[in-house]
Design a binder for this molecule. Structure first.
Ligand code: HSE
Length: 313
């Protein structure tokens, strides 16, 4: 008998990893978004309910990342039926944790599961990217780690340009998300259109050093390389309240480096133990509390696997 519903989870992601603007990303163990899909006899996609977005996300399926990803997945599957979506948002919106990508990926994976999972992750990638593009541009540094898991080099937007990188054993992350919305479009608008050759050389060297550190499992050198960004962070730092203070506090607590997560405002501290990540998360939150800014802190690890099917009925 045909399945009637399916549910999938897709994790938060940290894009850029400092120096790797638009080309590096990693998946977190938690939090993440969940999308439930139900089969409809009519073609097309309906967004029937969204929980956890404070009413902010569009219900129009053509403007909603999950709606677009579901539509594209149905097209890839070549099925005549449609689906209705229920989106459970656990990720804060416009926070730099890949919220739009997580909803898109969860929707694509759930729709595929509903129809028996005939498509591989490689084949689902274009549908996920289309979903993400509905709100934040055609780049895959959130979508790819969200779908595939781990640390990912995104050399392009097709599956053969996505490369899994080693995950250092001792890597732990602390994250703080201040209550400040930084839409990706705004954070991209402040970036320079051209850069000096000198800056290009520095940035390329830093990315190469980061990749080398990942391959050696050297968390300290990884953190040092991530912080060498001389292009993106300086252009965006005015959108990230208290970045220098948060960085200093995290390092005082033992963190090895702090970078902007994706387009921000979440800040991500790289640590080499769970105890330090917990301490760093706490002090980063305290910096915002002292300034009267609400924030949410987390300490977590990398998810080696990305989105997953939770149930099929
Ligand atoms: N690489 C992207 C950026 C991630 O920093 O703008 C946000 O989607």
């Amino acid at each position: 008998m045909a399945n009637t519903s399916a549910e999938a989870f897709a994790p938060a992601t940290v894009a850029n990893l400092g120096v790797g603007f638009d080309i590096l990303g990693l998946a977190l163990q938690e939090p993440g978004d969940t999308v439930r899909v139900e089969r409809r006899s009519e073609p097309g996609v309906v967004v029937s309910r969204i929980e956890g977005d404070g009413g902010k996300l569009p219900r129009d399926p053509d403007k909603n990342t999950a709606g677009v990803a579901a539509r594209e997945t149905l097209r890839l599957l070549g099925v005549a039926e449609g689906v209705s979506l229920t989106i459970y948002k656990d990720l804060p919106l416009a926070s730099g944790l890949g919220s739009s990508a997580a909803s898109a990926v969860a929707a694509a994976v759930a729709v595929n599961a509903l129809f028996g999972s005939p498509l591989t992750c490689d084949e689902l990638l274009p549908a996920c990217i289309e979903g993400e593009a509905a709100v934040s541009g055609y780049h895959a540094d959130n979508v790819a780690p969200c779908l595939f898991g781990g640390v990912v080099l995104v050399a392009g937007t097709s599956a053969d340009q996505i490369f899994r990188l080693p995950i250092p054993d001792r890597l732990h992350l602390a994250l703080v998300t201040p209550d400040v919305a930084v839409p990706t479009a705004m954070a991209r608008a402040v970036l320079p259109k051209t850069i000096e050759l000198h800056d290009m050389v520095l940035q390329t060297a830093a990315v190469a050093r980061l990749l080398n550190a990942l391959h050696r499992g050297d968390v300290a050198d990884m953190a040092a390389a991530m912080e060498l960004d001389t292009i993106i962070e300086p252009a965006r730092s005015h959108l990230m309240p208290l970045l220098p203070e948060v960085r200093a506090a995290a390092k005082q607590a033992g963190a090895l480096g702090v970078v902007i997560s994706g387009a921000g405002p979440t800040l991500c501290a790289v640590c080499d133990s769970s105890v330090i990540a917990q301490a760093a998360a706490a002090v980063m939150g305290q910096v915002y509390t002292a300034a009267g800014i609400a924030s949410v802190t987390r300490h977590t690890r990398i998810a080696p696997d990305g989105a997953r099917v939770l149930r099929v009925d």
